[in-house]
Design a protein around this ligand. Sequence first.
Ligand code: TRP
Length: 371
Amino acid sequence: MDFKVTPWEVEGIIDYQKLIEEFGTTTIDEGMLRRIEKDFGELHLFLRRKIFFSHRDFDIILNRIEKNQKYALYTGRGPSGHTHLGHIMPWIFTKYLQDKTKANLYFQMTDDEKFLHKRDLTLEKTHTFAYENALDVIALGFDPEKTFIFSDIDYAKTLYNIAIKVAKRVTFSTAKAVFGFENSTNIGMIFYPSIQAAPCFLPSILEKEKMPVLIPAAIDQDPYWRITRDVAEKIGYHKPTAIHCILLPSLQGASGKMSASDPDSAIFTVDTEEDVKRKIKNAFTGGKMSLKEQREYGGNPEICSVFQYLHYLFEVDDLKIEERKKGCLNGNVMCGECKIYLTEKILTFLKEHQKRREKARDILENFLLKD
Ligand code: TRP
């Protein structure tokens, strides 16, 4: 395979169809889309554009929604730095699910994972970023009555009690096969998957009722759900269900996901106007070497990061995105024009988001679970 996707590393140009086969997940097909549309009264942009494209047992959650039965949402974030636009994609979708179904959301901040995984990150840093990132979650407008955010470090006692039950039933050889651990992997990382499994069962414990959980997340997190599903019923809970999205590509080219270690590969929620202008100006496009060539042969939106950003997040009008694509292909729309359009869209979003993010500091405590 000429690409690689693990929870910690993405290489090459991802073939999502192949990933569905490799991971053993299920495509969100037309039938399921029609069903969601009927249940929710509309299809979210991310479903229309196949940004959420795969699932595990999402139909079980739809059954419950249709019968007005409870379920819980679970998602999370590895706080290795500030939040970028790729991170908030699944959060926006999670908010949509909460709005539509009034489900409780449990949000895990894995300060432990990022400390263990990143050589240069101290625990103090990841712990601080856990709460900085939480501001971005809150800024998206989640219901304070129904949203519970926790840092693994500050909620360790509760999580540990669940995690050891998972850990006891996962062998090292399974963990090696699923996550690619090696002899040189530190033993913290080998235990860690049981900590990320724990919130799948947390709602059942806190709400004192066996509760199915739906996890909206990027598909790179799926290996965790695979091992969690294997042990769930053995320890008395429902298997977690999942709905998967693609990874937002880097601004520097269509391959791989954005990375906090390369600041210009992504737009961060704390970026200034100058940052955004510079990053979009330098972004990789599908344009030709000269304007003349582009007019003659057209550009290539498939590989263009500017087009992808519009398609995935910022051009919500289906007709307009089609027109832009055609305009690019037939050489009428130049890269500069798309860049200016995208920059404006991002700046509008960030201005509002940053205001809400600052306000979130005052209400942060209301969202937190701690031991
Ligand atoms: N491991 C994830 C990351 O590095 C963080 C995470 C924890 C998560 N629990 C999750 C992501 C549940 C999605 C869903 O970002």
